[in-house]
Design a protein around this ligand. Structure first.
Ligand code: 13P
Length: 249
């Protein structure tokens, strides 16, 4: 399986930041891993045009319907039309800010697959859930509720993002990451059989150039979903290089 370095720009970036994507492309003309940038929707089309086949692009959310009276929302076919091949779904910031449930994420994931997009479905526990010993329960429930049966290794990526590690500079121990990624692989295998071996599992939450290599050395970590450190080409490029240099699983 090819590893995946994915950047989530969140609600950051205007036209001037397209130069960061171009610099990233220039630094990796023939990358040894897949690179994905998920800019705000306002930049998606221009960024897709400028970085083309070298760097894939994705949305950060989509509506469950293909079209209709949903002011302010964006559908999966619209993302595809703007050049996206991927979409992030069920990010904890969507689950918190917009009260998205697992059922919502499930419906959105089905819409994404129907539009030919690959879905990056996010799961992860809060600090309180971890302290209560509920991490695997929470992640298992999110996986079961958010991922539709029609998903395949080609159309589904899972991102494990502990809520307390996002934007905080706090990272789980390598053992904690390994425990959850092994658990996710097991859950997917129980559900999808051999195909689950090829489903990519990303870690996300305060991934930086300084900690990327040790995270990528963990088995069942097939890449990263990077927030803050994906905004600057220099930082994200260092993370891409760390992933290229990681030993295969
Ligand atoms: P940070 O890398 O900024 O912690 O964000 C992680 C994230 O939420 C990516 O989706």
């Amino acid at each position: 399986m090819r590893k995946l370095a994915a950047g989530n720009w969140k609600m950051n970036g205007t036209s001037a930041d397209l130069a960061e994507a171009s610099a990233l492309k220039a630094a990796h003309p023939a990358p040894g891993v897949d690179i994905l940038l998920c800019p705000p929707a306002t930049l998606l089309s221009r960024l897709s045009d400028s970085v083309g086949a070298t760097i894939a692009t994705g949305g950060q959310d989509c509506h469950a319907a293909a079209s209709g009276a949903h002011t302010g929302d964006i559908s999966a076919p619209m993302l595809a039309d703007a050049g996206a091949s991927h979409v992030i779904l069920g990010h904890s910031e969507r689950r918190t800010d917009h009260a998205e449930t697992d059922a919502d994420v499930h419906a959105k994931t089905q819409a994404a697959l129907a539009a030919g997009l690959t879905a990056l479905v996010c799961v992860g526990e809060t600090q309180a859930q971890r302290e209560a010993g509920k991490t695997l329960d929470v992640v298992g429930r999110q996986l079961a509720g958010s991922v539709p049966d029609s998903a395949t290794a080609a159309t589904l990526v899972i991102a494990y993002e502990p809520v307390w590690a996002i934007g905080s500079g706090r990272v789980p121990t390598l053992e904690q990451i390994a425990e959850v990624h092994d658990f996710i692989r097991g859950e997917l295998t129980a559900r999808f059989g051999a195909d689950a071996r090829a489903m990519r599992l990303l870690y996300g939450g305060s991934v930086k150039p300084a900690n990327a290599a040790e995270i990528f050395a963990i088995s069942n970590v097939d890449g990263a979903l990077v927030g803050g450190a994906s905004l600057k080409a220099r930082d994200f490029s260092a993370i891409v290089t760390a992933l290229e240099n990681a030993a295969p699983d």
